[in-house]
Ligand binder design. Structure first.
Ligand SMILES: Nc1ncnc2c1ncn2[C@@H]1O[C@H](COP(=O)(O)OP(=O)(O)O)[C@@H](O)[C@H]1O
Ligand SMILES: [Mg+2]
Length: 415
């Protein structure tokens, strides 16, 4: 009995999605959306909701908060995180389909159809996206589930992951987060929630916590920090990253640094320009390590990333700690390295437009191969583990073959 209770509690805990260190205004946002989810559901069909807004505005954070609050009310639930990123991998959509099945239909059916349990497979193999769609439709039929499809960006994501959910039970709720409103335009959603920027008060609170670890700015930095906050335009990601990158710069003599950052912020209106400030604050090896992570190491275990960085820059954990303290990198509950997609894209932009010394996908490989004649492939072979990562995507430089066996390039560094 006790074991059964513990097992149930543990299962419930697994479902909890992590949140920000300093949440601001999240409860208000969550309540507004919860109200929408519960009030505007039609009786005939399950609720289908969109959370729309630009990258970094807090869609995933808000959806996680809703999920944490509501998931226990459903027979099954699953938060399908970062679809855009995963869909880019080989068999990415098939893997996501399998995860949805594993966490919803197979879980519920295991309990419901106890008579059948010995004959049911624990894991369903999905051959291709079409196969996945038909299994999802049939296995999810009639189940009342809460499913979040996070960062949907393309018709193919909707087709593979959302439309097969149409057979869900009428009490189900599906939440889609996207920065691309167009990707939802053909779907008849129950309602769409447009995410708003943080208001002045919440922007200040978020920034102050990250920059000063307290709710207020010191008197001599009050004016300049107000201007920095205004330049972040209520975008939580910018407030967090810029605040973190100025953490520790509180002395009287730091005012000029703040003013320099403010000028840079005001001159660079777009998000890459804003986030780039935090890159400029890094030291030499920290910059290199940050770019390595953006290009090759997202989703790898922190221990492996540390070994990689130690091998390349002599220190691993120390660099990682700096990147984490600047809110550029984080580690998820499974110990895997995460980088917000806007920050990752900023890092890759720096490599693509400037350094051209790393290649992580074919398009960039072609660009780099065009401008670089002689290459020396530096695959960090002194470190077995990194060598393995590179071997995954080995390219033969002499013969200028750009493709790997699976057609992808993941981890190649040029010198
Ligand atoms: N209400 C909030 N309070 C504190 N931090 C937040 C809040 N909303 C978002 N953030 C932070 O801002 C960053 C971007 O949020 P995220 O939800 O990933 O944005 P999106 O999914 O829209 O790209 C995250 O690091 C998150 O921790
Ligand atoms: Mg997101």
């Amino acid at each position: 009995m006790v074991e059964k209770v513990m097992e149930t509690l543990n299962q419930a805990d697994e479902k909890i999605m992590g949140g920000p260190d300093f949440p601001v205004g999240l409860v208000k946002r969550r309540k507004e959306i919860e109200k929408m989810l519960t009030e505007s559901k039609s009786l005939q069909c399950f609720g289908r909701f969109g959370l729309v807004g630009m990258g970094g505005i807090g869609k995933t954070t808000t959806a996680k908060s809703i999920y944490n609050k509501m998931h226990k009310k459903f027979e099954a639930s699953f938060f399908c995180l970062n679809i855009r990123e995963h869909a880019g991998y080989d068999r990415g959509l098939e893997d996501l389909q399998a995860k949805i099945l594993q966490n919803t239909a197979l879980n519920v059916n295991k309990d419901k159809r106890a008579y059948d349990i010995e004959h049911r497979p624990q894991k369903i193999e999905i051959n291709d996206v079409e196969h996945g769609k038909s299994i999802l439709s049939s296995e999810l039929k009639g189940i009342n589930a809460l499913i979040v499809l996070d960062d949907v960006d393309h018709e193919s994501h909707i087709d593979a992951l959302y439309r097969p959910l149409y057979t869900l039970g009428a009490k189900s709720v599906v939440v889609i987060t996207t920065r691309n409103r167009d990707s939802l335009k053909r779907e008849q959603l129950t309602e769409i929630y447009e995410m708003q920027e943080l208001d002045k008060e919440n922007s200040e609170r978020l920034f102050h916590w990250h920059a000063f670890l307290k709710p207020d700015a010191p008197a001599h930095l009050k004016r300049v920090s107000q201007d920095v906050i205004a330049a972040c335009k209520g975008l939580p990601l910018s407030l967090e990253v810029i605040g973190s990158s100025l953490y520790g710069c509180e002395s009287e003599s730091d005012i000029s640094l703040w003013e320099e950052n403010l000028r840079h912020l005001q001159e660079n209106e777009n998000i890459f320009g804003v986030l780039r400030i935090s890159y400029h604050h890094l030291e030499g090896n920290e910059k290199e390590a940050f770019l390595d992570i953006c290009c090759f190491l997202i989703g790898k275990h922190e221990d492996i990333v540390c070994i990689f960085l130690e091998g390349c820059y002599r220190t691993g954990q120390k660099i990682l700690d700096v990147l984490k303290s600047r809110s550029l990198v984080s580690t998820d509950a499974e110990g895997l390295i995460r980088v917000h997609d806007q920050i990752r894209d900023m890092g890759r932009h720096i490599v693509r437009e400037g350094k051209k010394d790393r290649v992580w996908e074919e398009e960039t490989a072609n660009d780099v191969l065009e401008v670089r004649d002689a290459f020396f492939l530096n695959i960090y072979c002194q470190f077995e583990i990194c060598y393995m990562m590179c071997a995954e995507s080995y390219i033969s430089v002499e013969r200028r073959e750009k493709r790997t066996e699976d057609g992808c390039l993941h981890c190649v560094v040029f010198q």
